[in-house]
Design a binder for this molecule. Structure first.
Ligand code: ZN
Length: 151
């Protein structure tokens, strides 16, 4: 495993749409392992492949540092409720802001072997799933900031 460089928000890769993963091979496993290691070293709760310069639909999430989710080609199939919380991003160091997300999300994704997995996650884990899946479509949390002055 090795640590990867995390790109900052000015890199165009972070604004592009990522490609579906079609090969579930050793290279995919290596990318996932590197992403986990890089996320943990950076003290993050999630990381998407475009953040390390790979424009593929892959992300990892771990809110508690114990349960690691590996999401390949993830799709949000259903959401319920809303929650608001302050978010940050490893690609936008030093910046934080209030974002509204679903309270609960149902997600279908492949694992590193290509097996379809279904997840139902809530609270912070739901926020992290949505934040990372947004990255795969070139969307950053700063695009979704709530303007509290307007309300
Ligand atoms: Zn991010």
């Amino acid at each position: 495993m090795s640590l990867r460089n995390i790109l900052d928000e000015h890199d165009p890769i972070l604004r592009g749409k990522c490609y579906e993963v079609t090969l579930f091979n050793d290279r995919l496993g290596m990318i996932l392992d590197d992403m986990k290691e890089t996320m943990t070293a950076a003290d993050g709760v999630g990381l998407a492949a475009p953040q390390i310069g790979i424009p593929k639909r892959i992300c990892v999430v771990s809110v508690d540092g114990k349960t690691f989710y590996e999401l390949v080609n993830p799709v949000i199939v259903k959401t319920e409720g809303t929650q608001r919380g302050v978010e940050g991003c490893l690609s936008i160091p030093g910046k934080h802001g209030l974002v509204e997300r679903p309270k609960t999300v149902w997600v279908e994704a492949k694992d590193r072997t290509g097996k379809l997995c279904k997840y139902k996650v809530t609270d912070l884990t739901a926020v992290a799933f949505c934040h990372e899946i947004d990255h795969l479509d070139g969307i950053l949390f700063v695009d979704k900031l709530i303007d509290t002055k307007k309300e």
